[in-house]
Design a protein around this ligand. Sequence first.
Ligand code: XIL
Length: 377
Amino acid sequence: MKSIKFIQFLAITALLLAGCKEETAQQEAGAQEAGGLKDAYKDAFYIGAAINADQINEADPKAAALLLKEFNSITPENHMKWMHIQPGPDSFDFALPDKFVALGEKHGMNIVGHTLVWHSQLAPFVEQIKDAAEMEAALTKHINTIVGRYKGRVNGWDVVNEALNEDGTLRETPFLKTMGEGYLEKAFKLAAAADPEAELYYNDYNIEQPAKRAGCIAMIKKLQAAGVKIDGVGIQGHWSIAGLPYEDIEKSVEEFSALGLKVHFTEVDITMLPNPWDLKGAEVNQNFPGSPYMNPYPDSLPVAKQEEQAVAYQRLFELLLKHRDKVERVTFWGIGDGNSWLNGWPIKDRTNYPLLFDRNFEPKPAYNSVMELKVKP
Ligand code: XIL
């Protein structure tokens, strides 16, 4: 009897242990399957992040691990801009751009080059050019050298950034002033010749807004009529919790896609701080004085505000999922709140909370709300 009981005891223990083991294995598999944003959205679009110098250098192991877990596309936040990559007529600095491209390649990520032709963060020598031929020569050297260097390695380029005013007319940039509107066609044609395989984009903020959108569509149609290869349009997506333009976003996706272009959301963030001038967009040269009123959450974002942001992000992603056949990529302008440029713009030294991860690179309610959406294969 005793020995039968003992055998029964052993059998039950063995069964229980086997059960536990199975559960652990299932949990582990579940955790692996759960993956990150990039996995949840793998059948819909790329999930990207802009990365800064520290992140290119993989200086913070937590940020580096998060980048790989959550994102499958990268954009350099600053280091491919003209003033950094070509500070002088004959001086190029490829140290960080090379590392950036190598990082993306190492991890099989989609690599975006940002940006070839932009009036901000321009090298001073280009600002001083007053003559069309000289500007064309500068543009040719810049694009040929940079796009040529990364030929076959960068998947797509923001060829022209922010060429439009809010009313849809062309912005008075050093390029427009010297070369006239032909600079747009020239830039795209140079990029296409330097790397015929790379995708080419026009990128701007507020182009979901009606007047600027109409100007953008007219500009793209002109370029297409001139035989220019343009593959996508980048809607930057610097929005405010005061109100995301959902309807205009939807119309923009439809209208840009009707031009035969893929739509990319290239610099998404949602500022949580006051903006009493009703400033819209992302003109990086604007700056305003600070005050405690302008910086209401120096220590942490109240729970109600976190929830409000989670709802806004969820509604945005619902909309983008609805148009997943037209949307190619959604890139956030930074990884964690602590890295965001919105801590310093348009007022210096504020504490902002625009992204899905907090200052410790931990997921926020907004992350969960985006992850919760069911992405069907
Ligand atoms: C911003 C960077 O995030 C900042 O670090 C820099 O000081 C200014 O530029 N539109 C763009 C981006 O296309 O390149 C800008 O990035 C934000 C607005």
